[in-house]
Design a protein around this ligand. Structure first.
Ligand SMILES: [Zn+2]
Length: 223
């Protein structure tokens, strides 16, 4: 069931991964940010309808990175809506299956093996740092994956997996699934230099109200 976060942002929690599918509501349609694991397209379409839109009013499907728990239902959702899929250009080769997923040695084996079910897909639009998609500014935040992004509208920060809520605290990306922790730390630093009231993490509960101050506080040790 879709949950209200703010007047313009809603989310569908994905219980299997504690992940989030986000909806940004505009006057004439809705933007979907991340699509969860495979098989979530039905839930997403139900949510779109319950927000008052038809499937053809999905204006964009933006992926914060290529990982399967975020891109899993993107192809099915594109088929059902006709919306374009956006991803950063540095993650596009992974999404298309041209480059194999890269995980550190400590990644849990079953999570890595799950990628045998990964169905490559072709993005419609590749993004670069500073691009704007329907009022959301693209911030390249590499490290978790080479083409990880955050999306920012001065009030909301959609952080992808660079910032997550775990054990009631804002935390950086999970090291066991992060390709380059050094770059990820730099990216987190860059995200924390922004002011935002609402944090929409890749996994875990959003922070509503004073989110950038809270994130800086929680992540003091990490930086
Ligand atoms: Zn991820």
């Amino acid at each position: 069931m879709v949950l209200k976060v703010t007047d313009v942002v809603y989310r569908e929690p994905v219980p299997e991964t504690y992940g989030n599918i986000y909806f940004v509501v505009r006057d004439d349609g809705v933007i979907v940010i991340d699509t969860g694991i495979p098989g979530k397209e039905g839930v997403i379409l139900d949510d779109v309808r319950s927000l008052g839109f038809s499937p053809s009013q999905v204006k964009a499907i933006i992926l914060t990175h290529y990982h399967m728990d975020h891109s899993g239902s993107a192809e099915a959702l594109r088929s059902a809506t006709g919306a374009k899929i956006y991803v950063h250009r540095d993650d596009a080769p992974y999404l298309q299956g041209l480059v194999k997923p890269e995980f550190p040695k400590e990644a849990p084996r079953e999570a890595v093996e799950a990628y045998r079910w990964f169905r490559p897909l072709r993005p419609d639009v590749t993004l670069s740092d500073g691009d704007e998609v329907l009022g959301l500014k693209v911030i390249h935040a590499p490290g978790h994956t080479p083409g990880s992004i955050a999306l920012y509208d001065r009030r909301h920060l959609f952080a992808g997996d660079n910032l997550n809520l775990r054990e009631g605290r804002v935390q950086g990306p999970p090291p066991q699934f992060t390709t380059d922790m050094g770059r990820a730390r730099e990216s987190v630093r860059r995200l924390l230099s922004l002011d935002f009231d609402v944090l929409l993490p890749g996994h875990g509960e959003p922070v509503v109200g004073g989110a950038s101050a809270r994130a800086r506080q929680d992540l003091k040790g990490f930086l």
